[in-house]
Design a protein around this ligand. Sequence first.
Ligand code: DC
Length: 240
Amino acid sequence: MSKITIAIDGYSSCGKSTLAKALAQKLNYNYIDTGAMYRAVTIYCLRNNIIKESVVDVPKLISSLKNIDVSFVYNTITKTSEVFLNGEHVEREIRTMEVANNVSAISSIKEVREKMVVLQREMGKNKGVIMDGRDIGSHVFPNAELKLFMTAEGDVRTQRRLDESRSKGERHSFEDVKRNLEKRDHDDTTRKENPLKQAEDAIVLDNTDISKEEQLTFVVKLINDLLLTRDEFNKPLAKH
Ligand code: DC
């Protein structure tokens, strides 16, 4: 069967990457976590004093963009693509609260987004890709064959993010994590440059009450139905 592009957008911590990774393994597709790209740029900014106390030195950031390289390398053990900043593996560091608290400011800058979108389109140009983020179906791949828009109740998302950070040995309060998610959702939906919004042709997946397995089954069925219809439609007409 031919390969397609799958765009997964939605709010922070509603299971986009969990679903995307599972789908990528099942379909043998390439998974690209675009949030990780903005987080890697944020690490560069924190290390180079481009962002201090949540204030971004925008001219400095724009002139530094040429020095920022973000790439992915497939890890055969974790079976997923991991993010590198200028050749350094930063997959762990991108998940810290410090990065989470600063990433929305960095990802709202037009020039940063333009650079990331060029990279994302290049990575997805051969299809067979699942990309998750905020603007994938609405801007990066407006012609993606399947667009999902994921959501879940706020407290459920907070608890999931808290469990994830605890499993990595971090200690944060429920309230701190909730505040961070709410602020990021607000910043991501209200920013000027390609804000988070549901593409008109996206299928909404609210996973407040459904398990990871149920989500995977639901989406795999969607994809199979889509591919069957498409391949049937594209079949050459029988010769008489
Ligand atoms: O998916 P995530 O939580 O790792 O994303 C981190 C931040 O990056 C998020 O707050 C918004 C931003 N982002 C974005 O603006 N556009 C994307 N395509 C992906 C993420």
